[in-house]
Write a protein that binds this ligand. Sequence first.
Ligand code: 4AD
Length: 447
Amino acid sequence: GRKWIKVSQLDQELKGQTVLVRGRVHAVRGKGKMAFLVVRESGYTVQCLASIAENIVSKQMLKFISGLNKESIIDVEGEVSVPPGEIAGTSQQVEIQIRKLFCVSKALPSLPLTLEDASRSELDFEKAEKEGKQYVKVGQDTRLNNRVLDLRTPCNQAVFRVQSHVSMLFREYLVSEDFVEVHTPKLMAGASEGGSSVFTLDYKGQPACLAQSPQLHKQMGICADFGRVFEIGPVFRAENSFTHRHLCEFTGLDLEMEIKEHYFEVIDLLDKLFVHIFDGLNSKCKKELEAINQQYPFEPLKEAGTIVDPMGDLNTESEKKLGQLVKDKYDTDFYILHRYPLAVRPFYTMPCADDPRYTNSFDVFIRGEEIISGAQRVHDVDLLTKRAIECGIDVKSLSTYIDSFRYGVVPHGGLGVGLERVVMLFCALGNIRKTSMFPRDPQRLTP
Ligand code: 4AD
């Protein structure tokens, strides 16, 4: 009988069976009475052979196969065989002897990117040959302008499977800890994180903002007695700086929770949450991490570590230096800093009880760069109002938020994580555009 199978599932157990595979023409080469075709599906590849010997396929068919354009979608029916020795250049260690082949969707004959294999995907060999060079690097803009092609490389297929696992593991752990998943509005009357990096728009004649975080509404969820809430959703920042780690739209992993005795309860939870995420990635995404590592070699993360009491806020340079220091001294790539000065944290951050020049707040770093920031929140209405005014915030635009605290609220705290940053830093990818499917930065609004 006919049996559809994924390229990734083709193995030697299937020897002798007839299978049906749908994939793309990754490479094709005609040679005498034979055609060699590499079929790719979701980053996995298999070699398929067509032969006119013994009338397995017709002469016309052989010609048709040899003339297929790369990246066209094809259905192949054939018998699985196991050749002696190793098969170089494909991910699957079996071959398919083609019986039938249909072209489902034709691709244009020339491509703006070369997608031969993982290590070559950043290199344009056709262009290099024309220019008489050994290789030409395809610039990041070319890749991003042609993102649907770029995303087809094994490395990029793996990156977004890893990303999917991060949000799945985040949700899995929090649901098991009795958190409720919520969805807060992204259209808001005022800025949630202060004025400078906010996108403004017209909301049917009323001035409005795109949410810079779910901050205010997740806290209102606590005021509404949900106890523990989390959200996975879009976050908008009108960033002016064009850097390797800032996007104008990213995916926020946010949580907010009641605090019983000490704000360290939040740090405790985050520590366990991230151990769950990292362990989950290492055990569930072995193949993906390997594919990424093949193109962009990286070292696995070291054990978690904690250091306390920094005296000031950090810029990129000092974060990196500190990362090196922590690595040298504590041999870790994942660590937490806390007790930031009041002046460098948002208005809703709780001052320390023993010294209000500092706050009950923390940042978490991977490989020397920030991925999480969090804190205990001010839950006293008068202090909250005072802090908003001190920070130059238009209190009127926040009045429904502030009013939510007037009917009683439990002490609480929480944190926000940037999904793209977690994947970028876990996989040591060096640029956040690599971990956003269709990145939005100060210079890019398409594709
Ligand atoms: O540090 P941020 O701005 O904190 C907040 O939004 C707070 N409301 C969080 C809280 O619960 N206290 O953003 C949180 C995280 C950062 O640690 C970083 O990982 C990521 O979001 N992030 C960005 N990621 C990509 N592009 C940007 N422009 C980002 N800005 C922040």
